[in-house]
Design a protein around this ligand. Structure first.
Ligand SMILES: [Fe+2]
Length: 140
């Protein structure tokens, strides 16, 4: 889970690096899950991780969207909506419930995260690849 492989490459090195960083945050949730399974209280760590996740995705989504806009990508709006839905989902996590049942909740977060990141990269991000690559080749 959350391992990088070449199939996930969108051919734009900066974006690939940012996606790797997202996967890295995902792996940190796995570590915390293991710790909660052993009965440790990881609430503070979970809150920190969620804040990290939110802030980093916001930075990454903005970066992607700016590139798509510069490249004149036609489906920017629907892509933007996908990004907004992700941020909404993360910000809607009930921290009290998370605190109450850290193991179960972390597992749910992980389930959502692992599916979302990989599906989004493979099905949504790859769609802007040719247009953005074309734009970047003219830029340089
Ligand atoms: Fe995206």
């Amino acid at each position: 889970m959350f391992e990088w492989n070449e199939k996930l490459s969108v051919g734009i090195s900066e974006i690939d690096e940012q996606h790797k960083k997202l996967l890295e945050i995902g792996r940190k949730f796995v570590d915390v899950l293991e710790s909660t399974e052993s009965g440790y209280d990881e609430y503070d760590e979970l809150r920190k991780l969620l804040a990290n996740l939110y802030n980093y995705t916001e930075y990454h989504f903005d970066y992607e969207e700016e590139l798509m806009e510069k490249a004149g990508y036609a489906d920017l709006h629907s892509h933007h909506i996908q990004h907004e839905k992700f941020k909404e989902k993360i910000s809607e996590i009930d921290l009290d419930e998370l605190d109450e049942d850290q193991y179960i909740y972390t597992m749910e977060i992980l389930d959502f995260l692992s599916n979302w990141i990989v599906n989004h990269i493979l099905k949504i991000d790859t769609q802007y690849k040719p247009i953005v690559l074309n734009y970047l080749s003219k830029e340089n």
